[in-house]
Design a protein. Structure first.
Length: 371
């Protein structure tokens, strides 16, 4: 029993140390760059509502850029935006894919629409609420020659829903992991690279037939031995509704499983240690083991609260903190939910996303059906 308790203390200590490591390495001097030739690539659905808040936040960026909005067909809101803001907004119509993810299909069309002066490519998602520094922070490592691919990460803002908060707590475990260039995968919601590196990767070919844009770019970057760099202070706010929250979590892991089962296995092994550790603590470990688990969970929640407060706006921080209550009141439930999502992801190669059902093998779309 003593050795089991010792392992449990070690495991919980390491998990707390990881979050502390993230906090300790948050940049204090958050430097930005604003070079010429920046283009933002945004994929939207044809029923997009125009993203008034997103466009306002993009206008508030400290960097000037051209916005390329990629649609499948006619998107009235995008067309209206381009009519009003044609000096910096361009629309690209990609059509409907037949053998690759629709988002990938649209992004490939956007890449083919690049102009001669486009030197820096920034990928953004339509559902983010970016801070004014986002583009400048992504560009800083590129302009200074410190990285080849730069990425932020999502910070989920769950609505007032128990399920959404639980999924947010699971994602918070990933968002505040210690990040190293050798163990980083880019997130397509806030990602940047130079035009030169995109051409070196032959990005159009790397994306062809794929479902996940960021997984495809990240794996291509790994194979090419590019330097991938996370910007730790760029946890970019992204809303999460209660309806479909669990499906969102499973889909993220199914992207990983269908692209790299080894990566999925490594993640599942780590989460399983915590999940089964809680089963032991609650069933056989006694009050001492439970106290250790709760003390570490409370410590992680306190540190994460400080991380959140330092990287997002106050209103966004209040929403993100809803997930922290799960880690305080029932940390075992967060671990079990995390493991359940991983296992569910491995149970099928079918991914429902953006109005389509996809069957994926090796990252490639084998079959797709419009829902």
């Amino acid at each position: 029993m003593n050795w089991a308790l010792g392992l449990w203390v070690l495991l919980q200590g390491l998990s707390l140390a990881g979050v502390l490591n993230y906090w300790r390495h948050l940049p204090v001097d958050r430097q930005e760059e604003a070079p010429e030739g920046v283009v933002l690539l945004l994929s939207v659905r044809d029923d997009w509502d125009g993203g008034a808040e997103l466009i306002a936040r993009l206008k508030a960026q400290t960097v000037r850029f051209r916005l390329v909005i990629a649609t499948s067909g006619a998107c009235p809101a995008a067309e209206a935006l381009a009519a009003r803001e044609g000096d910096w907004v361009q629309i690209v119509h990609a059509g409907v894919a037949s053998d690759e993810g629709q988002k990938v299909h649209k992004l490939r069309a956007a890449l083919r629409a690049l102009r001669e002066g486009d030197r820096y490519l920034v990928f953004v998602d339509a559902d983010i609420a970016p801070p004014p520094r986002m583009v400048g922070r992504l560009l800083f490592p590129l302009v200074r020659g410190k990285a080849d691919i730069v990425t932020g990460y999502r910070l989920l803002l769950p609505e007032r829903s128990v399920v959404a908060a639980l999924v947010g707590a699971v994602e918070m475990q990933l968002a505040t992991l210690p990040r190293a260039a050798s163990a980083t995968m880019p997130w397509g919601g806030a990602m940047a690279l130079t035009r030169r590196q995109a051409e070196r990767l032959d990005l159009d070919a790397a994306l062809a037939g794929q479902l996940s844009d960021d997984m495809a770019i990240g794996l291509a970057g790994w194979r090419a031995k590019l330097r991938l760099r996370p910007v730790r202070d760029l946890l970019v706010a992204s809303p999460l509704e209660g309806r479909g929250a669990v499906g969102f979590g499973v889909r993220q892991y199914r992207h990983i499983f269908t692209n790299s089962w080894r990566m999925w296995l490594a993640a599942a092994a780590v989460v399983s240690c915590h999940a089964f550790g809680w089963i032991w603590a609650l069933g056989w470990g006694g009050w001492g083991a439970v106290a250790v688990g709760y003390a570490a969970a409370a410590g992680r929640a306190l540190v994460r609260r400080r991380i959140i407060a330092s990287v997002v706006e106050p209103g966004q921080a209040r929403a993100a903190r809803r997930s922290l209550w799960w880690d305080v009141l029932a940390p075992f439930a967060v671990c079990w939910a995390h493991m359940a999502m991983q296992l569910a992801a491995a149970g099928s190669r079918r991914i429902s996303w953006g109005g389509f059902d996809y069957w994926v093998r090796g990252g490639k779309v084998a079959r797709m059906v419009k829902r």
